[in-house]
Design a protein around this ligand. Structure first.
Ligand SMILES: NC(=O)c1ccc[n+]([C@@H]2O[C@H](COP(=O)([O-])OP(=O)(O)OC[C@H]3O[C@@H](n4cnc5c(N)ncnc54)[C@H](OP(=O)(O)O)[C@@H]3O)[C@@H](O)[C@H]2O)c1
Length: 273
């Protein structure tokens, strides 16, 4: 299966790195505006730089890895080619599936939302399939995105909640790490030591979660002995309303994602949608 990338930026580079780790020689075509970027990808990953027309004609799967505001122009450009039956994978946040089907009828679109942990090939990517995507194409889409980490299928209606949770999620854990480091420093630790402790604690807890043997709730309960230090701190977080704050934060993120979906849907389709 020949893959054709439109957009050779940060995410494309991570994805190609993940794909190359599995298959060092499969042909990967890339079209990007920047010749310099293409030269970097060619020398780093042995991709074949190609004009849009060649990628559109030769690739079985088209990957649209451009910014959301660049999608309308790219789809307009792609309308010149016969792409019917091809699988289209797009990571543009907020661009709804109907925008692809209305601009490129006959293509089989899958909308994908990875996160920035793609940079270390540890993303989790939400995938939503549009009309006309066959079971074999779903398998291909999942296999391609698993080069970046884990994948999960959702309905498109769940995409805004997923975006707020895992799409934006790395930032919440970075914030928590910052806050723990600042609080540790406030309590008297050297700032560098506090940051080291916060960072390593997050990474270690992540590894335990990754082992996947117990639920997060059980793991938390196990470290919360009655009358102990952890429970005193967790009770304080509960009294300060952490659970409600997290729910409100995800609601705000999902609401913004829904607004963006309306905005980009209208922009790509050229009408209110
Ligand atoms: N990076 C992540 O971890 C991540 C996570 C979740 C979602 N995403 C989404 O994935 C998409 C790609 O992200 P990114 O970080 O890789 O963005 P990026 O680094 O800006 O890469 C996009 C590339 O596409 C090029 N481009 C723009 N229009 C094009 C066209 N018509 N034909 C060919 N190339 C074109 C851009 O050139 P110029 O720079 O000249 O415009 C740029 O090199 C975005 O929609 C982003 O929101 C990324």
């Amino acid at each position: 299966m020949k893959l054709g990338f439109f957009g050779g930026g940060n995410l494309a580079a991570s994805m190609i790195r993940g794909l190359r780790a599995r298959d060092a020689s499969g042909e990967i075509l890339v079209h990007d505006i920047s010749a310099e970027r293409l030269e970097y990808l060619r020398s780093a990953f042995a991709i074949r730089p190609a004009p849009a027309a060649v990628v559109a004609a030769e690739a079985d799967v088209l990957l649209l890895l451009v910014k959301p505001h660049q999608v309308a122009a790219l789809l307009e450009e792609l309308r010149a080619y016969d792409l019917s039956g091809k699988l289209l994978l797009s990571t543009a946040a907020g661009v709804p599936l109907h925008a692809y089907t209305s601009r490129l009828p006959g293509m089989a679109p899958v909308r994908a939302m990875p996160n920035t942990s793609a940079a270390v090939l540890r993303a989790v990517t939400g995938l939503a399939a549009g009309a006309g995507v066959t079971p074999a194409q779903r398998e291909s889409a999942a296999a391609i995105f698993s080069a970046l980490g884990k994948v999960v299928w959702v309905e498109e209606a769940e995409m805004n909640a997923l975006t707020a949770l895992s799409g934006s999620g790395p930032a919440y854990f970075y914030l928590l790490t910052e806050l723990l480091a600042a609080a540790g420093a406030e309590l008297g630790l050297a700032p560098a030591t506090a940051e080291f402790l916060a960072r390593e604690t997050l990474v270690g807890a992540g590894r335990v979660l990754e082992a996947g043997e117990e639920s997060p709730a059980l793991l938390r309960e196990r470290v919360s002995s009655p009358g102990g230090v952890t429970l005193a701190a967790l009770d304080s977080l509960g009294a300060d309303g952490l659970g409600g704050a997290v729910l409100r934060a995800l609601r705000a993120g999902a609401a913004r994602a829904a607004e963006m979906e309306r905005e980009y849907g209208a922009r790509v389709c050229g009408k209110n949608s």
